[in-house]
Design a protein around this ligand. Structure first.
Ligand code: 4HU
Length: 418
């Protein structure tokens, strides 16, 4: 009975302090760029995720029938819920909107054990702005976050490309529409599966060996000059990416970003710029990923609206922060510990704690008879600033004894000066 559901995590207070520290950095980075928070239910109708491009995220849906026979799913990602919310208010929203959220998202893997089935995924999105300015703004939020937790461009790189790169290559080979997004999903697995497996899947899609080798050579490009060489000077992908890298310079984040044509992302709905952040050492999975998805609402039966954003899970970044020694010791949070010496002063200690709390400071009150040694250790463990002791002599003079735990300094303070 002490075990939770397979693949889920408990957050004890010491875990929650670190999680809240991380989330506060998410909130701050988004708010610093003018984003507003939203939320949606973790339970959605299954049809919100019935896409047919072979994406891992829809293959691993945590779905079931409720007692009314309705097909529902725990959300695997936030974007479809956001699209649903935007659709429901289309016309009433003052565009563009800049919204963020930190939802818990779920997956159900059948194959492997010992892997997580839930995580928290920071989502930052802009809807109603079709230009690359919005994509660059999104990447700026990301870099702002990384800097705020002490990570630098020596720790991380944001690899950027555009779906238009592969779209132009495949278009010239006659591959369009559904086959295009399916190709992206296969190509996304290039660094996870052996080359033969990728080639077999592309062949199954109907691509010939020449088409496959063209794709492979274009996806190896990491330089704007080479990209222009491959796609031509009139290529939209080239002009879009060229403009984006110039905006990155304006934001002062040029050191963080690199062109990498192999970035396509594994979601079917991306249409334009795409990116993912990786640790420079290459030891971890992608820290986050995102891109432009201008046609998602259309696939849900509504009228398209341009959109761009990213998803950022809580697990990989915590691994990186731990590796780099950047996870802080977050204190318990009580500023004062209040202790009444003996049962006779328990009421007095409650009066003192109440006065401190009304004055706007946080106070942890020692609730039982404890030895002075325990109280000191307790205050130290909590990282409190002051130990407020209610003792017989001082209290008879209407005062308490206060020890400042930083300096060790002790003084007698009248009750009305607490
Ligand atoms: C994903 C989605 C939901 C939950 C978890 Br854990 N992972 C895909 O990264």
């Amino acid at each position: 009975m002490t075990q939770g559901v397979r693949g889920t995590r408990d957050f004890y207070p010491e875990d929650m302090r670190v999680r809240n520290w991380l989330f506060e950095k998410f909130h701050s980075a988004a708010r610093s760029h003018g984003f507003e928070e939203y939320d949606a239910p973790v339970l959605e109708t299954e049809e919100l995720y019935t896409r047919k491009s072979g994406e891992e995220i829809t293959q691993q849906l945590y779905n079931f029938e409720d007692k009314g026979g309705r097909k529902v799913a725990l959300r695997p990602e936030m974007t479809p819920s956001l699209a649903r919310m935007v659709m429901a208010r289309s016309g009433a929203l003052a565009l563009p909107i800049k919204w963020y959220s930190i939802p818990q998202c779920w997956r159900y893997e059948r194959t492997q054990r010992g892997r997580g089935r839930e995580h928290y995924q920071w989502n930052v999105d802009i809807w109603g702005a079709g230009g690359i300015e919005a994509d660059a703004e999104i990447v700026s939020v990301l870099v702002h976050f990384f800097r705020s937790v002490g990570l630098s461009s020596e720790d991380l790189v944001i690899r950027v490309s555009s779906r238009k790169v592969l779209e132009e290559v495949l278009g010239s080979l006659g591959v369009t529409g559904g086959a295009f997004s399916e190709t992206c999903i296969i190509v996304d697995k290039m660094d996870k599966l052996p080359a033969e497996a990728i080639e077999a899947q592309l062949t199954e899609l109907g691509l010939g060996p020449d088409a496959i080798s063209t794709i492979q050579s274009v996806l190896g490009i990491k330089d704007m000059g080479d990209l222009e060489g491959a796609l031509g000077s009139t290529s939209e992908a080239v002009s879009e990416l060229g403009s984006m890298f110039s905006l990155f310079e304006s934001y002062g984040i040029g050191d963080w970003v690199e062109l990498d044509a192999s970035v396509v992302r594994g979601l079917a709905y991306y249409t334009g710029p795409v990116f993912e952040a990786h640790d420079r050492a290459g030891e971890l999975r992608a820290v986050c990923g995102g891109g432009r998805y201008d046609r998602l609402i259309g696939t849900l039966g509504g009228k398209d609206l341009p959109a761009t954003g990213f998803g950022f899970g809580d697990m990989v970044v915590m691994e990186l922060l731990r590796d780099k020694g950047l996870v802080p010791d977050v204190p318990h949070g009580a500023q004062d510990v209040v202790f009444g010496m003996g049962a006779g002063l328990r009421g007095a200690a409650m009066e003192v704690a109440s006065a401190i709390r009304s004055g706007g400071r946080s106070a942890d009150l020692v609730l039982e008879d404890k030895k002075m040694k325990w109280v000191f250790k307790h205050a130290e463990r909590l990282g409190a600033e002051r130990l407020v002791m209610v003792m017989p002599d001082e209290w008879s003079r209407g005062a308490v004894k206060i020890k400042h735990l930083g300096s060790g300094e002790e003084s007698e303070v009248p009750f009305d000066q607490l």
